[in-house]
Design a protein around this ligand. Structure first.
Ligand SMILES: *Cc1c(COP(=O)(O)O)cnc(C)c1O
Length: 385
């Protein structure tokens, strides 16, 4: 979240005045969620959008939307929030961890090497707003006939080529929790161009929607047992305001990042990590690549006082080696353990993606200073270069 304030408060007040906090009502006057879904689909450039209660819930709905389940394998990057790997497990499938490269995003070559006859989907994650190599990943996915689920949780509004992130894969998800570019506290969304995927996601997102939604009722094949990942009208009211702020936030971030990147280009201590689409990058961070892990560590220690700096290798739940329940293959019930139901023995230890660990250890990220003026951002870059 970069900005939140009075306009969001006024939007919430309107929801209170209407007395409608639930998205579905008989003879509905509730409109915030429907309005947000239309606006998000228009912004991203997809036919459909479904607002939900979280990014994790959106991933689960997206996988259900594509009919993924027990026995299936889903390839995820070794550098992402753990939720990307938990979602396949929630539908009975197993996550297969693949390497990221210097761009901090999924390496298409390693994805291809890890595809088996059981692979049903890959989940490219646009980490830290950095676009994945979507051409490379789509090529591999189409060649092997597997689905692409874009995880845009950290990359709302970014783009790759002439399309927004989220409009390229078969289905895509967003998160609007506190830490994302747009936020309503907790929230998410699923977007797609495929009607059946949208309808199946919709059923999963509200097992009770059969009573309200003509669209879900008309779904073929027939209704299945869903759950509840609904958003409230309060969340959607906030998101309607937040979405209006998106282009301004991205423009400010990009202007500051570019100013700093120009100065960093001359550094002999590090180089800017490669980015698959520089203008499409959300510009949340500047990623810097060092020759050694020691040099990266030294730099991040030395500059912690003057800016918000972190080494991806130290970011806790975002590195696969810290995904303890996944490495240990523990589920809440032995009879519902997806690894036991898999079509083959899957063994992925802490050393399964050595290149990921090497890259993450040699990389330092600096949060682009949103609150600073462009001149202050330049001065900061001068201190660091
Ligand atoms: C935040 C995040 C999620 C999960 O979103 P929640 O809204 O917290 O459930 C999934 N994937 C990535 C890459 C994320 O950063």
């Amino acid at each position: 979240m970069y900005e939140i304030g009075k306009p969001e408060l006024e939007a919430i007040a309107q929801v209170f005045e209407s007395g409608q906090t639930f998205r579905y009502h008989e003879g509905a006057t509730a409109e915030q969620t429907a309005r947000f879904e239309q606006a998000l689909a228009a912004k991203i450039g997809t036919q459909y959008a479904l607002a939900t209660s979280s990014g994790t819930g959106s991933l689960i709905c997206a996988l259900v939307g594509r009919g993924i389940g027990p026995g299936d394998e889903v390839i995820v990057p070794g550098y992402t929030f753990i939720a990307t790997a938990l979602a396949p497990l929630a539908v009975g499938a197993v996550p297969i961890i693949a390497e990221v490269d210097e761009t901090l995003t999924l390496d298409p070559k390693d994805v291809e090497a890890k595809i088996t006859e059981h692979t049903k989907a890959i989940i490219p994650v646009h980490m830290l707003g950095l676009p994945c190599d979507m051409d490379g990943l789509m090529r591999v996915a189409r060649k092997h006939n597997v689905d692409v689920v874009e995880d845009c949780a950290q990359a709302c509004g970014g783009s790759y080529g002439d399309r927004r992130l989220g409009a390229i894969g078969d289905v895509s998800v967003f998160s609007f929790n506190h830490f994302k570019i747009l936020s309503c506290g907790e929230g998410g969304a699923v977007v797609t161009n495929d009607r059946l995927t949208h309808q199946r996601a919709m059923i999963q997102h509200d097992g009770g929607c059969v009573f309200f939604s003509r669209e879900a009722r008309e779904t073929a094949p027939p209704m299945f047992a869903g759950l509840n990942f609904r958003i409230s009208e309060i969340g959607s009211a906030i998101l309607n305001v937040q979405l209006g702020r998106l282009d301004g936030i991205l423009a400010a971030l990009r202007e500051r990042k570019q100013a700093m990147a120009e100065i960093f280009t001359g550094s002999d201590k590090f180089r800017l990590s490669p980015v698959h689409d520089v203008p499409g990058d959300c510009a949340v961070v500047l990623a810097l690549e060092f020759d050694s892990a020691d040099a990266a560590q030294e730099f991040s220690k030395a500059h912690g006082e003057v800016c918000s700096v972190f080494r991806p290798i130290e970011t806790d739940r975002h590195v696969y080696t810290n995904w303890e329940p996944i490495i240990a293959q523990r589920a809440h019930h032995p009879e519902m353990n997806p690894w036991h139901k898999a079509n083959r023995t899957i063994q992925q230890d802490a050393d399964c993606c050595p290149r990921t660990l090497d890259v993450l250890a040699r990389t330092v990220c600096i949060h682009v200073p949103y609150q600073a003026t462009v001149q202050e951002a330049r001065e900061l870059a001068d201190k660091l270069a």
